[in-house]
Structure formats: structure tokens, C-alpha cells
Design a protein. Structure first.
Length: 317
């Protein structure tokens, strides 16, 4: 019983430390400066590539497997005599792979909520320390200081493990990078739902309604066609009904993700998942909506390659 209480105390202490890190505002000015710099990088279409829009979820967690796997393998070789050269090769591979993984992580980090960015900054610092330690290990190995090279490598692995723990906290505790609209198909009941009279939906304006406690964005075109999407942005649950409507798309007011109104397809990131879409109809002068088939089934449809005119601006916190 005493050991159980001791373990729970240790776990609670770690969680309190991480929760306190989310609330720590001392580095907010640095976060503002760095995030503005990342957003200003002239990446063009490469930004969505780094977000993982093409993959349907963030690409950064996939990319970090190469340096982490290489460094873990190097640690195993360092436990055996005479394997320093092979371990050094793996460390070099990990260092080379860390650069694009870092860029992808930075692009995602710049579009997060402030508490997530605070944890993400420490995550980045831990990984930067790991890169520095592994670089020092490589230099030592190249100058025949094998023992020092192994020492730096094990310190680097410790720093990388710390960064990985913080990355897990970001993903699983703070829900950064997850699809914030995933629950909609599980919450909205089947069938048609009446959401208001046609007159309540002025042409060209975003109107917010609720279906089974799920906020829904409704837009009526000038020709009378109605579109309805889940209102909470799949990126970080921003209110699409407060966003910009132009050329058949809506731009999230928080971080600038662009979705096609006709089917919810994510035309531009940072959102990597589409929005759940609803079928619409008019019955006795009232608008009714019904959840459409999962929007990810539309991957085979032709999608616009350019952001519609009027939605070029980039959102921010």
C-alpha cells in the first residue's frame, strides 16, 4: 500500500510539473517572436506538405522515428566493444534526419494554442540539446575519443527521451495535431434534423446552428444552394461560423485553414483532416440537414490546387 501511494505521488508530481509548464508565461515573448518567424518562412506549398495535409495527419511524428530509431540503435551498439564506428554512422543518420523533422515540427508548433506552444518550446529545447550532444559525440568519435563519444551519446539519448515524453504530452494530453472534428459522426444521430426556416439563413452569410449539441455552420448561396459543415475546425476546434466565406469555401478565423463548403474538403492547412459535411434539403419552408458519408471517402475527388480568391490571408492566434 505504501509503495502504491509513493508511485501515485510521483505520477502526480510529474503531471503537476507538466500542467504548470502549460501555464508558465515567462517565455511567451520568445514564443511570439519565434512563431512569427516560422510563419514568415517562404515555404509556399511546402507548408502544407510539412503539415501533413497530403497524409491526412501531421507528418512530424512520422519523421522523428528516423533520428530516434537511429540513436536508439547506436546506443545498443555502444554497449558492445568495437562498434563505435557503426554507432557513429547511425548517429550521423539521425542528425541528418533531425533537420527536416525539426522544420515540420516548427511549422505545426507555430499554429498551436498558447499552452501547447509552451510545452512545445521545452520539447524543442530538449531535442535541440539532444542534437548538440549527438554532434559532440560524433566529433569525439572522429578524433578517437571513443569513451567521451559514448558518454555524449547516452546523454543525447536521455535528452531525446525527455523531448519524446513532452511530445507525447502534446499529442495525447493536449490534443495537438489530432482531428478535433472526429467525434461528429459518432455524436450526430442518423436521419434529418430541422434547423430553422429558410428566411433565417441570409444568402452569403455564415449561420451557426446546433444538431444533437454539435455546432453546425450553414451557408446559403445566392442561388439558393445550402451547405452545412461541422462548425468546429478539425485543426483546433476554431469556430468556422466566425470565419471568412469566399468562392465556395470558408477560412477558419483562428489559424487560416480553408475548407470547401460543398463537401468539407480541406483545401489548405494547417488542418490535415476535412470537415464532416451534411446533406441539406428544404421541407415546408424549413431547412433540414443530415450527416453526409464520411468526408475522407472523397479522397478520390478532384480538389482545387489553389486557395480561392479572397481567402489568401493567413490566420493567427
Amino acid at each position: 500500500m505504501k509503495d502504491s501511494r509513493h508511485r501515485r505521488t510521483g505520477q502526480n508530481r510529474l503531471l503537476r510539473l507538466l500542467d504548470g509548464l502549460e501555464r508558465q508565461s515567462r517565455a511567451d515573448s520568445v514564443i511570439d517572436l519565434v512563431s512569427r518567424g516560422v510563419r514568415a518562412l517562404p515555404l509556399g506549398a511546402g507548408r502544407d506538405l510539412l503539415h501533413g495535409k497530403w497524409l491526412g495527419h501531421p507528418v512530424h511524428p512520422l519523421m522523428v522515428q528516423v533520428p530516434l530509431g537511429s540513436w536508439m540503435s547506436a546506443a545498443v551498439l555502444d554497449l558492445r566493444p568495437g562498434r563505435s564506428r557503426e554507432a557513429g554512422l547511425l548517429i550521423g543518420v539521425g542528425l541528418a534526419a533531425a533537420a527536416p523533422a525539426t522544420l515540420a515540427g516548427a511549422v505545426d508548433w507555430a499554429e498551436l494554442h498558447r499552452p501547447q506552444q509552451r510545452v512545445g518550446l521545452v520539447h524543442a529545447l530538449a531535442n535541440t540539446a539532444a542534437v548538440g550532444l549527438y554532434a559532440a559525440s560524433l566529433v569525439c568519435r572522429a578524433t578517437d575519443r571513443t569513451r567521451a563519444g559514448r558518454g555524449f551519446a547516452f546523454l543525447g539519448l536521455t535528452a531525446a527521451a525527455t523531448g519524446g515524453m513532452l511530445g507525447g504530452h502534446l499529442a495525447y494530453r493536449q490534443a495537438s495535431g489530432v482531428n478535433h472534428a472526429e467525434e461528429v459522426p459518432h455524436v450526430v444521430s442518423p436521419g434529418w434534423h430541422r434547423i430553422g426556416a429558410v428566411a433565417e439563413f441570409p444568402a452569403g452569410q455564415a449561420v451557426r446552428r446546433t444538431v444533437d449539441n454539435v455546432p453546425v455552420l450553414v451557408v446559403r448561396e445566392s442561388g439558393g444552394t445550402l451547405h452545412a459543415l461541422a462548425d468546429r475546425c478539425s485543426h483546433l476546434a476554431g469556430p468556422l461560423s466566425e470565419g471568412t466565406i469566399a468562392d465556395g469555401c470558408v477560412r477558419c478565423p483562428w489559424h487560416g485553414s480553408v475548407f470547401r463548403l460543398s463537401d468539407g474538403w480541406n483545401v489548405r492547412g494547417p488542418a490535415t483532416a476535412p470537415q464532416p459535411a451534411f446533406d441539406t434539403r428544404i421541407v415546408d419552408g424549413h431547412v433540414e440537414v443530415r450527416l453526409h458519408e464520411p468526408v475522407h471517402a472523397n479522397h478520390g475527388r478532384q480538389t482545387p490546387q489553389a486557395v480561392p480568391q479572397g481567402l489568401e490571408g493567413h490566420g493567427g492566434d
